[in-house]
Design a protein around this ligand. Structure first.
Ligand code: ATP
Ligand code: MG
Length: 399
């Protein structure tokens, strides 16, 4: 048995440093985001002379570099602040984790007073502490609200944070909101919108050439010399660009392709390894996403998968029938009956529309509004993955 350990440890590998290929790694240099970096630097530059800086809103699809770019700019700002003799602080808040006003403030206050313990203190105390800190240290305090759409009560949070600016004599709070929900801005309360979107930027998906360069940059340090064929890189870039323009996904694909090559004891990553890797990447992403859905979204998706495999039909205006396209009404009915059979109270139809929007955002379904006229406006829903696979994953992960 020990031979297995021995063999694993001494196995030949195509990687020089596998971690570099991981999407968790943020390189010092971000190709094809120079324009975005420059624009954010311009927006934040006034803080280096203690002048009022505008809040900033960044949006764009997943894996387009929003988080990496924002972190990159903030670290450059922190590096130069001493030269300008100003205080600049920056904290990264992930609203998926810090999803209440209290938790956001707690994270900020903990950053200001790293020696002290604040858990359990009332909100007003944290608020007070934060104001005192900003005032006293005259800090330009930048708060990066990442995945801001996940915050439970954003209007309230934004109100609280912007009020702090009215209460301090010195220093300021600057907000950077980030989301991959491209329609989120339009759903914001008008006041929140004008607060957060003083400046805004869209991050477009990467095209194949851009992804190629991003991959190549990582390959230099992550893989051994000549371990990846040119055509494998081209293929991975082209596939990822066509699917989503998502750099994270392109990198996961390359990492997996390297693993496949290692498993086959090949010295070089080829097109074929990329193709094999793609299937497992796809599966893994879908699987992970479905597994972590909230209960009611699971039920809804299950209903969609069931309908797709039997009764789903949508008669097109030309009379042809698309068997896999569903209408929102029929989906809601199925969802209601599934809730009942599971002993759950169904949510309202309005909630259901929101859920469908979320499933669309996650890429699990695609939605379209049917043309006006014949049937009025109804949302048409189509499952993005094979129904049998979706059902199977859900059956394994219902609570
Ligand atoms: N221009 C780039 N150059 C090099 N690597 C990049 C670039 N853009 C993205 N990446 C890589 O892709 C990963 C994902 O990017 P990032 O987390 O910034 O995306 P995001 O837009 O914040 O996505 P999400 O909306 O899912 O949070 C990064 O960790 C980094 O490894
Ligand atoms: Mg991000």
């Amino acid at each position: 048995m020990n031979d297995i350990f021995e063999r694993e440890l001494t196995k030949e590998t195509v990687f020089k440093d596998r971690n570099v290929i991981s999407p968790h790694h943020i390189p010092d240099n971000l190709p094809h985001r120079e324009k975005e970096i420059e624009k954010i630097m311009k927006v934040l530059a006034p803080s280096l002379s203690n002048k009022t800086s505008k809040n900033l809103f960044l949006y764009g699809k997943t894996g387009t570099g929003k988080t990496s770019v924002a972190k990159h700019v903030l670290s450059r700002l922190i590096q130069v602040k001493d030269k300008y003799k100003v205080t600049v602080d920056a904290v990264h808040v992930n609203c998926r984790i810090q999803n209440t006003k209290y938790q956001v403030l707690l994270k900020m206050v903990e950053y200001c007073y790293p020696e002290q313990e604040f858990i359990g203190y009332p909100f007003a105390h944290l608020h007070d502490k934060l104001i005192k800190y900003i005032d006293k240290t005259k800090t330009n305090f930048i708060v990066m609200l990442d995945e801001v759409d996940k915050n439970g009560n954003l209007d309230d949070l934004l109100y609280t944070l912007t009020r702090i600016n009215d209460e301090v004599q010195n220093g300021q709070l600057i907000l950077i909101g980030i989301t991959n929900d491209v329609s989120f801005k339009d759903r914001l309360d008008p006041r929140s919108k004008s607060t957060l979107c003083e400046e805004e930027m869209v991050f477009p998906p990467y095209n194949a050439d851009e992804l190629k360069e991003i991959i190549e940059q990582r390959i230099k340090t992550g893989f051994k010399e000549d371990a990846v064929s040119k055509s494998a890189i081209n293929l991975a870039a082209a596939m990822s660009a066509q699917e989503s323009g998502d750099a994270r996904r392109a990198l996961i694909l390359m990492q997996k392709a390297g693993d496949v090559a290692d498993d086959e004891e090949s010295k070089k990553v080829t097109d074929n390894h990329v193709k094999i890797a793609r299937e497992s990447v796809e599966e893994e992403i879908v699987y992970e996403t479905i597994k972590t859905l909230p209960e009611h979204q699971k039920i809804l998706l299950y209903g969609i998968a069931q309908l797709t495999s039997n009764t789903g039909h949508y008669e097109k205006l030309d009379g042809s029938i698309d068997k896999k396209t569903l209408m929102s009404g029929q989906v809601y009915e199925r969802y209601e009956s599934l809730c009942k059979s599971r002993g759950k109270e169904p949510k309202t139809a309005r909630w259901c529309r929101e859920y469908i929007h979320d499933l669309d955002m996650l890429g699990l379904v695609t939605t379209n509004i049917s043309g006006k006229g014949v049937r009025g406006n109804t949302t048409l829903i189509k499952l993005a993955y094979p129904e049998d696979k979706v059902k199977k994953v859900l059956e394994e992960h219902f609570t």
